[in-house]
Design a protein around this ligand. Structure first.
Ligand SMILES: NC(=O)c1ccc[n+]([C@@H]2O[C@H](COP(=O)([O-])OP(=O)(O)OC[C@H]3O[C@@H](n4cnc5c(N)ncnc54)[C@H](O)[C@@H]3O)[C@@H](O)[C@H]2O)c1
Length: 352
């Protein structure tokens, strides 16, 4: 049995909790959140009575904790992760790994020093679509994959609360949404090393305070007093050491017809689109072909996505699996994101 504590019991913590509740090898034993009202609400809701506003107090009072999920806002990822590792706990840290690559490197170094697992919440790596596409990569369906396009665009989707506050988020849709699709493409490509980036960010529409339409996903702390000093659109090109290039766009606010999140892959022998249904493009008998797989779920299924991630975390802790979302990949992603923000600021390409 793995005893788990959740650090930061906001919105995404509920998804982690639901997934933990389905894993028979897990007992959730404690909560920590700096917001006492939220802590009390969540403790009651999930029947957890060991609730703390101070992390170290939690570790001293509940020594049986083996592992934690860090589900705080981004600026608390590094300090909470480092404290948990130093207390001898395994850590699943939500994406983005940290505010920047420097923090991410410190987290990685601490995990190595302490000999504990540090897994990053790259949840899309655990999707059925990613698994199937990887099978096609491994069987050389695509030939050389040399280009990809990834978009994660919301028309009016700034989640509010800390998400718009750069001092706690580190940035806007690039660090929040772009991170998912950049990581997924890099994972599908076989984790190549990024060598340069060109980026542009725009702060034009902000969090659209006057638009009354539904905003979708919300921070547990969203409210009237939300500030917004992050970009609302980011666009970038990322070049990898194997010659492949990824073009990515991420937005919280944009005047487009409807929200979209898709990935297109282009290889010498075939291509694919995850939209989120998987389509494959190729050649057969001298004709160009478009295909989909029969009798199998190829669309990204959000049902089960976090369960896959949490089950994998527990399997890694118990020695049944090797981690597919290790801290090293979190550091690489932070280097890419840092580079894109720097490029946007400087107005030219940045070498990583
Ligand atoms: N994997 C995904 O698809 C996904 C989806 C949503 C959010 N996230 C990530 O999850 C994290 C949390 O997002 P959210 O939407 O749940 O935010 P949220 O605002 O709903 O909750 C964050 C919680 O963290 C608490 N907190 C902040 N600092 C803390 C600290 N030092 N110690 C303890 N608690 C602290 C806050 O009080 C709040 O209750 C973010 O990093 C976000 O990027 C991931």
């Amino acid at each position: 049995m793995v005893n788990v504590a959740i650090i930061g019991v906001g919105n995404i913590a509920e998804t982690h909790l639901l997934a933990y509740s389905k894993n028979k090898n897990v007992k959730v034993v404690a909560f920590c959140d700096i917001n006492p009202d939220r802590l009390q609400y969540m403790g009651k809701k999930w029947g957890v009575d060991k609730c703390f506003t101070d992390l170290n107090e939690m570790f001293s009072n509940v020594p049986e904790i083996d592992a934690v999920s860090v589900c705080t806002w981004n600026s608390a990822h590094a300090p909470c992760t480092i404290a948990a590792l130093k207390a001898g706990k395994h850590v699943l840290c939500e994406k983005p790994m940290a505010m920047n690559a420097q923090e991410a490197n410190e987290m990685l170094a601490t995990a190595k020093e302490c000999g504990k697992l540090l897994m990053i919440g790259f949840v899309r790596r655990h999707g059925n679509d990613a698994k199937i596409v990887r099978e096609f990569v491994d069987s050389d369906y695509f030939g050389e994959l040399y280009y990809a396009k990834a978009t994660y665009l919301r028309r009016n989707g700034n989640p509010g609360g800390w998400f718009g506050d750069r001092s706690r988020s580190g940035g806007g849709p690039l660090i929040d949404l772009g991170v998912h699709v950049i990581d997924l493409v890099r994972f599908i490509f076989g984790n190549p090393k990024p060598i340069s980036v060109y980026g542009a960010t725009f702060t034009k529409l902000h969090n659209r305070p006057d638009i009354k339409s539904d905003k979708g996903y919300r921070s547990a702390g969203a409210g009237e007093a939300d500030i917004c000093n992050v970009e609302d659109l980011a666009s970038a090109m990322i070049r990898f050491d194997n010659g492949a290039v990824l073009s990515v766009e991420a937005a919280f606010s944009l005047n487009l017809k409807k929200d979209e999140g898709k990935i297109e892959l282009f290889g010498t022998k075939g291509g694919a689109k995850l939209d989120p249904e998987l389509e494959l493009y190729g050649e057969m008998n001298g004709y160009m072909t478009n295909m989909s797989l029969a009798n199998i779920q190829t669309a990204l299924s959000f049902d089960g996505l976090f369960e896959n991630e949490i089950d994998h975390y527990i399997d890694c802790i118990e020695g049944r699996a090797a981690c597919i979302a290790p801290a090293e990949d979190g550091v690489t992603l932070m280097k890419i994101l840092d580079g894109i923000y720097e490029s946007a600021r400087l107005g030219h390409e940045v070498l990583l």
